[in-house]
Design a protein around this ligand. Structure first.
Ligand SMILES: Cc1ncc(COP(=O)(O)O)c(C=O)c1O
Length: 416
């Protein structure tokens, strides 16, 4: 069959799927089971202990953190303290008070950018950043007289630390960069950038949304001033959780965006200066933090190195087999040490949305198509005109059967 006949047949397939009824009510009581390869968006499934902990909290505790002296309130407080301690352990911070609970990584990044930058400040970042970095920065550029330099990345999505150094000016206040790309999976040379930031006395913030829990990270060894994490991705906690690490002393540089009740120093009508209360106003997401605590316990028990090894094995097998399908192009390098479990691809036969829809509706495989909130890297890869890529992202629960199923599905839809 010629390529154009295949294209026509595939186009009909797509039209049929697009016009057919969805298989299930999306908010049905019984969700359909699928193969989940979208761990870069949020990890799923979570370890069983996370579901158990959240369920038990909701049924048996239900208290607000730091707002009461009951036994149940004290137990909850201990769990929240343990979560903070475990988060510090996982991230390599020696004082748990330097860990702030946030809503998600976007919240943490906004706290850094809005809290630190003042008129006249210059910021160095990269074209590959997520919109959670770029949009607050563009907002501050338009409204607070902040200037930006975006360093470029190479064809595999890596930025060069030397380019970062060349972009530093006397008024540079902050370098903010991703630890890994959510599109190519490239693990960036943040250690080299940390040294440069230190040499030039510039603050350094790391967006660790795609690495926290997936790739060993020690914030103190790295010497970062701020590290923003999602609690619900590699750290395996529930959605609605995030973390912000603030290096000792740097809290003074950061103006809290919110003020309010902290359950501490209530006699004062001004915000406490102490960490972490300075940045934690209002009631906590207690079920989320309880779930995150269980997830971090799971991570510490199993070891991030061990889980990473599993993700590397799964990603290697996925990439090796994807390369044998001629109509696919992969945007991922072969060096697994410099790569997470995120793999992006395009097809000669389908747009990214069509391919993701086929995988989902015909094979029950969840991937993520489009620009992944990171338009700059798609512009760089030349995938923006093609509606972006299909992203497959493995997690600690991904099995060999999942990989075989997605390869089989891609071979079927790509067959001539
Ligand atoms: C690199 C990167 N930064 C930031 C975010 C935002 O994370 P969150 O959804 O936790 O706000 C994401 C989410 O996908 C991401 O991939």
């Amino acid at each position: 069959m010629s390529k154009s006949t295949v294209k026509l047949r595939n186009a009909w397939n797509v039209i049929r799927i697009l016009t057919s009824q969805p298989k299930a009510d999306p908010i049905s009581d019984s969700f359909q089971k699928s193969i989940y390869l979208d761990n870069a968006a949020t990890s799923f499934p979570k370890p069983e202990c996370v579901y158990d902990a959240v369920d038990r909290y909701n049924r048996e505790n239900g208290r607000a953190v730091g707002r009461g002296t009951s036994d149940a309130g004290q137990q909850l407080q201990q769990t929240v303290d343990r979560c903070r301690f475990r988060a510090a352990q996982v991230l390599g911070a020696s004082a748990k008070e330097q860990i702030v609970f946030t809503l998600n990584c976007t919240d943490s990044l906004n706290m850094i950018l809005h809290g630190l930058l003042t008129p006249g400040d210059h910021v160095v970042t990269s074209v590959a950043e997520h919109n959670s970095v770029l949009r607050p920065l563009r907002h501050l550029e338009a409204n607070r007289d902040v200037t930006l330099t975006l360093v470029d990345v190479d064809d595999a999505g890596f930025f060069d630390a030397a380019e970062v150094e060349k972009s530093i000016r006397p008024e540079t206040q902050l370098i903010i960069l991703q630890h890994a790309s959510n599109v190519t999976g490239a693990i960036q040379p943040v250690e080299a950038v940390a040294e440069i930031a230190d040499k030039h006395s510039v603050s350094f913030a790391v967006d660790a949304a795609q690495t926290a829990g997936h790739v060993p990270l020690n914030v103190e060894q790295l010497g970062a001033d701020f590290v923003a994490c999602s609690g619900h991705k590699g750290l395996m906690g529930p959605l609605g959780t995030g973390l912000l690490y603030v290096a000792p002393g740097m809290e003074k540089e950061l103006t809290p965006a919110r003020q309010g009740g902290t359950g501490s120093k209530s006699e004062s009508d001004t915000q406490p200066e102490s960490m972490p209360d300075r940045f934690e106003s209002g009631n906590h997401n207690s079920p989320g933090i309880v779930g995150l605590d269980a997830a971090l316990g799971y991570l510490l028990d199993n070891g991030i190195d061990q889980l990473r090894q599993h993700e590397i094995t799964m990603t290697e097998q996925l990439c090796d087999q994807l390369r044998s399908i001629p109509s696919l192009t992969l945007y991922s390098n072969d060096d697994r040490k410099r790569h997470t479990g995120v793999v992006s691809l395009t097809s000669e036969l389908y747009t990214s949305d069509e391919l993701a829809l086929l995988l989902s509706q015909h094979f029950g495989i969840d991937t993520r198509s489009g620009l992944h909130c990171a338009p700059g890297i798609h512009r760089r890869l030349g995938t923006i005109e093609r509606q972006g890529t299909v992203r497959l992202s493995v997690g600690f629960q991904t099995t060999q059967d999942d990989i075989d199923a997605v390869i089989d599905a891609l071979q079927q839809v790509s067959a001539g």
